[in-house]
Design a protein around this ligand. Structure first.
Ligand code: PLP
Length: 292
């Protein structure tokens, strides 16, 4: 049976990390993974993380399973950062849960969108390589459009063109800020136009936010995400803290916004689509304390 499986191509990024580690050159620069680095090229453990880890060790009173949604305290604590302090639950319409990484959140969002009736997804190219792998694995028809112009600006015309020719069974996957790999983001005025076009055409937005705060600031980098959410009745947001907290393999949340408040979530909870291991709870709690 298992011999029918074919070998997967090696992960180019992980191979690059190893090449970088093995390279003795004193002038080497690692442009592979977009995490926080000091001038010396290190990714230190932040003092805040150290303190949260210590607090966790001192105060944690169980390592029993969390519920299937993960640490909901952490999920709730993240909401003001993502959706804004003024109305962090968007009038009670935000539902969230933890997933295995921002990667898992993107995968779950796309799979759920497909299950809800999306049959085509638009994605700017190039994109974070895992997007392609996730979409290929889910077998959702994917249509690319050029994300950036040669002069370093975003090709918003290409995005608006696909949206304006799309409809309610289509979804579009957008990067929240610090587009990976181009680093080319939409301006606020462009986000306004994108949000309005998405709303006018009924296209379903999936927003992948993995770098909030690493561009122009926490609030500034949230503009596009919040502007789109303010224009549409429902959307998925995949949110990762792995870069912002320099906290790899740790904390994630996947947020969803539903048209009819929480009813749809109750009717169709996505938690059975996730596996959650017994040691999972400890790491997110640390970040929950950090945010708290
Ligand atoms: C655009 C984008 N989305 C999602 C992720 C996934 O983040 P995580 O490391 O939490 O799985 C990354 C990580 O590189 C990314 O660049």
């Amino acid at each position: 049976m298992l011999e029918r499986l074919t070998a997967q191509p090696a992960d180019a990024l992980l191979a690059l990390i190893k090449l970088y580690a093995d390279d003795p050159s004193p002038d080497k620069i690692d442009l592979g993974v977009g995490v926080y680095r000091t001038g010396q090229g290190d990714t230190p453990v932040f003092q805040a993380i150290k303190r949260a880890e210590k607090k966790l060790v001192d105060t944690q009173d169980t390592k029993a399973y969390l519920g299937p949604e993960g640490d909901m305290g952490f999920v709730h604590a993240l909401k003001p950062y993502i959706f804004g302090e003024k109305d962090p639950t968007l009038g009670g319409r935000v539902q969230g849960m933890q997933t295995p990484g921002g990667t898992g959140a993107v995968r779950l969002a796309v799979a759920l969108a497909q299950r809800a009736g999306v049959d085509r997804l638009f994605i700017g190219t190039p994109s974070w390589p895992n997007h392609g792998q996730i979409l290929g694995d889910i077998a959702l028809e994917t249509v690319g459009f050029p994300h950036a112009n040669a002069d370093g600006t975003a090709n918003v015309a290409a995005l608006l063109d696909v949206i304006n020719n799309a409809g309610p069974s289509d979804a579009v996957l957008l990067h929240g800020a610090c587009h990976n790999p181009t680093g080319v983001d939409y301006t606020n005025a462009e986000w306004d136009a994108i949000a309005d076009a998405i709303a006018a055409k009924g296209v379903f937005p999936i927003i992948d936010s993995a770098y909030q705060g690493l561009g122009n600031g926490m609030e500034e980098d949230a503009y596009g995400l919040r502007r789109v959410l303010s224009a549409v009745p429902e959307a998925f947001v995949a949110y990762s803290c792995d870069k912002t907290l320099a906290f790899i393999v740790t904390v994630w949340a996947h947020f969803m916004q539903w048209r009819a408040s929480q009813k749809a979530w109750t009717r169709y909870s996505p938690t059975p689509m996730l596996w959650r291991g017994p040691v999972g709870p400890c790491r997110p709690i640390m970040a929950g304390q950090l945010y708290g």
